[in-house]
Design a protein. Structure first.
Length: 143
């Protein structure tokens, strides 16, 4: 995989690993993240590891961790799911899990990097996403 970094925004993307499970579960179970997802059920270590085994390891999902340059601190995640290699499309998703990392432009920068990854590495032609109408910050980023 090529390196996907945005020096100006101060972030880079790396592939998610099993070692990220505790942080992903913590982020996804926080009300500020969970209420913005279609699926709002609580995550467990076991459910997330099952996600990795059945979705990530099978190639149905590519999930990345958004990290700060300099500290390597993980602040969120960006992913594409339901990757359709026949029609070259997938569904996009993102969340910034660390509260103090929100509003810094990390999400917009990560989106640009992930879109580049999807078109360059996965050879996708189309990405789509779902967002709640009241999630104005996300909509601005997506636009």
């Amino acid at each position: 995989m090529k390196e996907y970094r945005d020096e100006q925004a101060g972030i880079y993307l790396r592939l998610m690993t099993y070692e990220d499970t505790e942080k992903i579960v913590e982020w996804r179970n926080s009300d500020s993240v969970r209420k913005r997802f279609i699926y709002q059920g609580l995550f467990t270590k076991e459910s997330h590891e099952n996600w990795i085994r059945t979705m990530v390891e099978t190639g149905k999902v590519v999930q990345m961790i958004i990290c700060e340059i300099g500290t390597d601190r993980a602040v969120g995640s960006v992913y594409v799911r339901d990757i359709d290699n026949t029609h070259h499309k997938a569904e996009y998703g993102i969340f910034i899990g660390e509260k103090e990392a929100r509003g810094k432009g990390y999400g917009t920068a990560a989106a640009k990097l992930m879109v580049r990854y999807c078109f360059e590495e996965l050879r996708l032609h189309r990405l789509f996403l779902r967002v709640y109408a009241e999630n104005e910050r996300a909509i601005r980023s997506y636009e």
